[in-house]
Design a protein around this ligand. Structure first.
Ligand code: GDP
Length: 173
């Protein structure tokens, strides 16, 4: 009898204020595309991508809030069983940066301590930045989280974010 391969599947929730680029990030990572006017598909819970970590197949399931964050109405089903989390904010949206800590608390209230990372998206718009680099670094240090700067538009650092989460999850498994 052939031994069954044990596959690691990780549910990743991507949270943060509206319009910081969460859906775009998921689309970029799982489908390799970027569209400026991507319309949220209600009904699709998550997209997935498989990667290899330490010679092991890991399936990442990336959950999209599908706009629910706008109404502060993220359902319990969204968080249920989450094993990793992206806390996203935008370079050009001050409120989204100020909300990072409360997003962290929300996730932890629902699922406890899980692998997390802070992501500053839209760094292609750095000329219009409303968050200074040292502020973001200070927040990451305070919350003791790894911090990445991404541009989903230019496909900068997106793969690295999810690889880091997968590795962190596996390390702590
Ligand atoms: P969500 O509400 O957090 O899911 O945000 P969306 O993914 O819908 O993105 C909001 C807008 O920001 C869309 O028009 C995206 O095309 C745009 N966007 C996403 N990522 C980037 C980025 O890295 N750079 C720039 N310039 N625009 C981005």
């Amino acid at each position: 009898m052939r031994e069954e391969e044990i596959e690691t599947a990780i549910k990743v929730v991507v949270v943060g204020n509206g319009a910081v680029g969460k859906s775009s990030m998921i689309q970029r990572y799982c489908k390799g595309i970027f569209t400026r006017d991507y319309k949220k598909t209600i009904g699709v819970d998550f997209l997935e991508r498989q990667i290899e970590v330490n010679d092991e197949d890991v399936r990442l399931m990336l959950w999209d809030t599908a706009g629910q964050e706008e109404f502060d109405a993220i359902t319990k089903a969204y968080y249920r069983g989450a094993q990793a989390c992206v806390l996203a904010f935008s370079t050009v949206d001050r409120d989204s940066f100020d909300a990072v800590e409360s997003w962290k608390r929300k996730v932890e209230d629902e699922v406890g301590t899980i692998a997390m990372v802070i992501v500053q998206n839209k760094i292609d718009l750095i000329d219009d930045a409303v968050v200074q680099p040292n502020e973001a670094e200070a927040l990451a240090k305070k919350l003791r989280l790894r911090f990445y700067r991404t541009s989903v538009k230019d496909n900068l650092n997106v793969d690295e974010v999810f690889r880091y989460l997968a590795e962190k999850y596996i390390d702590e498994m």
